[in-house]
Design a protein around this ligand. Structure first.
Ligand SMILES: Nc1ncnc2c1ncn2[C@@H]1O[C@H](COP(=O)(O)OP(=O)(O)OP(=O)(O)O)[C@@H](O)[C@H]1O
Length: 311
């Protein structure tokens, strides 16, 4: 069943088109990644999806029904973890989670179980009685997540939950998301970290300038592009002719040479590394460290948009 369907969504802020005919379709059970650089429209898309923002054109259906501001029946099935931490300073970790869970689950015994489970999920067992002020940034983010997901919603929306989070908290958060998904929640996850999206998402939409420029599994996305592998060779001194020679090889898609480092984006095929090194040997050029990388989602973004995903 389709949990989210967005058709031709347009959202303008004055003259700025933040969403430009965005289309998305998300199936139940997916961990769906919205990947895009800052300002590409991820947060705006989520706020429209939740009816927190009015939009100019298009249609949004959640759980097969048209989403509107007063559809509390639909909203109750959604857990939200937004970028800004929103918890009560005067309540402890436990009380905060209990409060948010209590908005959905009235029965005390059941709620107690859910709150305990959420605490375990995010690894805040040792901090139950602490107030938010005492928590580090990473722990605070984990609390924010626990508050959003304790009631086990059918759909969980997380907007960049790991920005400015330490690696330990980040791993805990990513593991928690996978576990929530295993337990049955569909997840929408926005990020500008391609590694995270590759790690946890079953399907990904790459966003740029308010549009989804490509959608699919990470394997499908990588199939879309011509780059098969990227070979980097350090400490190599090349003449303009030698670079040109590299560029015209049939297996080469693109060459970049900066600060004595040669980067060769090869087309899909075998033996690329051998071919590149043989060419250097023929030219009697010495070189330092050599490494080869398979395409990343950054390569996909780069090839489609001509710019880096990273800021
Ligand atoms: N309230 C607003 N008023 C005017 N412009 C806005 C507003 N909110 C967002 N924008 C603009 O809309 C575009 C999309 O922003 P949005 O926050 O949705 O992107 P994002 O992909 O979520 O980026 P980030 O990761 O920085 O949150 C940006 O150009 C942004 O400057």
């Amino acid at each position: 069943m389709k949990i989210v369907e967005i058709e031709n969504l347009v959202k303008r802020y004055g003259d700025l088109v933040a969403l430009d005919h965005l289309n998305l379709s998300i199936e139940e059970g997916e961990v769906f990644g919205l990947l895009g650089p800052n300002g590409s429209g991820k947060t705006t898309a989520i706020n429209c999806m939740l009816s927190l923002l009015k939009y100019d054109k298009g249609e949004i259906r959640l759980f097969g029904e048209k989403m509107e501001p007063d559809r509390y029946d639909l909203k109750r099935q959604i857990g939200i973890v937004l970028q800004n931490v929103a918890v009560f300073e005067e309540l402890t970790v436990y009380e905060n989670i209990d409060y948010f869970c209590g908005l959905y689950v009235k029965e005390k015994k059941k709620r107690q179980e859910l709150v305990e489970e959420a605490i375990r999920f995010v690894g805040l067992e040792d901090y139950r009685k602490m107030r938010p002020k005492k928590l580090s940034g990473g722990l605070l983010r984990r609390l924010n997540i626990a508050c959003g997901i304790a009631h086990k919603p059918r759909l969980i929306i997380m907007d960049e939950p790991t920005v400015a989070v330490d690696p330990q908290s980040r791993n805990k958060i990513l593991e928690g998301i996978k576990e929530l998904n295993r337990q049955g929640s569909t997840i929408i996850y926005t990020s500008h970290y391609m590694e995270e999206v590759e790690q946890i998402c079953s399907r990904i939409s790459i966003m740029d300038h308010g549009r989804s420029i490509a959608q699919g599994t990470k394997e499908e996305l990588k199939e879309l592009i011509r780059t098969g592998e990227t070979i980097t060779i350090e400490d190599v001194i090349l003449t303009a002719e030698q670079i040109r020679e590299m560029e015209i090889q049939p297996y080469v898609h693109e060459v970049d040479y900066k600060e004595q480092t040669l980067t060769v984006r090869c087309r899909k095929g075998s033996q690329n590394l051998v071919k590149v090194l043989s060419l250097l040997e023929e030219e009697k050029v010495g070189f330092g460290r050599v490494y080869s990388e398979l395409p990343t989602l950054n390569d996909v973004f780069l090839e489609i948009t001509g710019k880096q995903l990273r800021d």
